[in-house]
Write a protein that binds this ligand. Structure first.
Ligand SMILES: C[S@@+](CC[C@H](N)C(=O)[O-])C[C@H]1O[C@@H](n2cnc3c(N)ncnc32)[C@H](O)[C@@H]1O
Length: 263
């Protein structure tokens, strides 16, 4: 349930205009700041550059962050997507909704996720939700490493099915699960930590996200990539830290917000 008691700093946002289908709007990219599109599949150079950066990041990330259990999970995940990679699945999903040339997929490198997790000081008692969790790698890594309760929310069914399969097979003792739904349908009041990569989101979708996350309990932490929610709702989100995170397309701003009024 969204909390509509909150409003935006610039006061120009009419909440009654929130009528679009969220994912669709998020991924139309007309006014989004998405940039892996430029680095991704659209040119041979871009595709090659992304591949090289991904390989380097994956190698460094796995060396730095991997347990044997997570490595097994990761190899299994790669095998599941061997014949149809997540970028293609995402593009087909978006095309089926009428999005031409839409690209809504990208992964947070483990090195960047690790620096987020270090700053959050996660503990097994935390309740963590990732909005738009993709193939679930972040959630699986966090569950393996920190043992907290984790929910991955994703709109593409096949990602969710595979992620649940990986969790059941490799981490049956971990409290990690995945659900296929629109993130904007989620009840936010029960979560302590939220991670959301907003790189592919339109500005209107980021505003809708701010409304959704305003429903988090006071004291919760909200991590966003490429979205300054505190600028939109200073009465509800306070910036705890901002730091550069490395992604396949280059550096992006990662923000950790504390939810609640200014201290
Ligand atoms: C950029 S990817 C990020 C994947 C993962 N969070 C990561 O950082 O590695 C964004 C994901 O959010 C999903 N998504 C976008 N809008 C959504 C919505 N309204 N509800 C649920 N998932 C959504 C997309 O399908 C995509 O898999």
């Amino acid at each position: 349930m969204q909390n509509h008691a909150y409003s935006f700093q610039d006061r120009q946002y009419d909440k009654s205009q929130v009528t679009y289908k969220s994912g669709r709007d998020a991924l139309q990219n007309r006014d989004s700041n998405m940039n892996w599109k430029n680095a991704g599949e659209n040119s041979l150079y871009g595709w090659f550059r992304t591949l090289v950066v991904e390989l380097v990041l994956a190698t460094v990330g796995l060396r730095q962050c991997g347990s044997i259990r997570f490595l097994r999970t990761e190899v299994h995940r790669k095998l599941l997507y061997l014949l149809c990679n997540p970028w293609v699945i995402s593009r087909r999903f978006l095309n089926s909704r009428g999005e031409e040339n839409a690209q809504g997929y990208g992964e947070t490198p483990l090195t960047t996720l690790a620096s987020v997790a270090r700053r959050l000081h996660l503990s097994p008692g935390d309740r963590f939700v990732e909005l738009g969790c993709g193939t679930g790698r972040n959630c699986l890594w966090l569950a393996d490493r920190y043992g907290c309760q984790i929910l991955g929310v994703e709109q593409i069914q096949v990602y969710v099915d595979f992620a649940n399969k990986l969790a059941r097979r490799h981490m049956p003792d971990c409290k990690v699960s995945f659900v296929c739904t629109d993130m904007f349908e989620l009840q936010m009041s029960e979560w302590d930590c939220v991670y959301v990569d907003c790189t592919a989101m339109s500005k209107s979708c980021i505003r809708r996200l701010a409304l959704l996350c305003a429903g988090l309990p006071n004291g919760a932490r909200l991590v966003t990539v490429n979205a300054a929610l505190a600028d939109l709702m200073p009465e509800r989100f306070q910036v705890e830290s901002v730091f550069p995170g490395l992604f396949a397309w280059g550096w992006s701003e990662v923000r950790i917000h504390r939810v609640g009024p200014p201290l």
